[in-house]
Design a protein around this ligand. Sequence first.
Ligand code: SF4
Length: 364
Amino acid sequence: MTGIYLHVPFCHSKCIYCDFYSIADRRLLAEYARGVIREYVARKDELSEPIRTIYLGGGTPSILPIDLLSEIVSHLPLNDVEEFTIEVNPEDVTTENVTMWRELGINRISMGVQSLDDGMLKWMRRRHSAADALKAIETIRVGGINNISCDLIYGLPGLSAESWRKDLTRLLSMPINHLSAYCLTYSRGTALYHQWEQGKVIPAEDDLIASQFAILREETARAGFEHYEISNFARPGFKSRHNSLYWSPQGKWLGLGPAAHSFDGSVRRIDIANTSKWLEMLPEPYEIDEEDELNRINDLIMTGLRTAQGLDLAIFDDGTRSKIEQDAHPFLETGKMHRNGAVLTINRDYWLVSDSIIRELMQI
Ligand code: SF4
């Protein structure tokens, strides 16, 4: 499978926990749109197979004025596209925008909801209320886009297990087909990290996070969602095809825009995470990531074991395969991992601690 990822590096403001590359200054919007078209035209031959998925991520792609978005989309290869996603924030969802997104060929919307508690939303510096998010889901649905994904965050300081269950069941009762749920992370460089360093915020206890993860699994299963990747849940037929590219050994994608990553099957390219410099460096605003063989193997182990599909050992040479089998042995013995033919998976009950299992399987 082959796709295009387009990073739109603009946000209305910065959320407390966010470490994605984005800027609030929107004066470069028009130049960015012209730049991303120029980059696409210069690099489109990096992928020879038909493009099946397009993902507009960010940042906040729903910030893009419709004329600029239409101009960008008019240059993209839409003929073979099966899934075309835009990430949006609730405050940008209007009947007019949904209609225009749909008319551009967008058939999937991924919306940052993050919480249904207004106090938590304010603390996270989100610009919308819980009611705005719920109304936005209705607006998208009425506007004719049925494939809706929402993002939620658990492990928030002060979030009780009961409130988490209440928010989750409320959101799952809405007409959505996909949920991405992430545990709050304290990434260096974020306002959240700074507050934590100053002792102004106390992270949730591990036991509480574990119970919120258990509630997440329970409620999504009850609502008919399959847990198909550590942080992702989907109703039948609604797994994210684009994100699955990143987890598949055969996935290839062209990443455009500041901070976007690309992989053409052998070379990884990383666009510079600075919009002004990115504009100056066009049409080749990237650095090649000189990935060695060991890194490639470790990437495959990590991405494969984060999914329900698992890690197919058949993709490795004999030596690597037997080393991974040897390292996996203790986890297979204790039931933390399963083996089906050549495929290894981590038992879903242990997905919350999968990082510690994956670390043991990493090749050094
Ligand atoms: S809107 Fe999204 S990308 Fe922008 S700062 Fe908030 S979390 Fe980050």
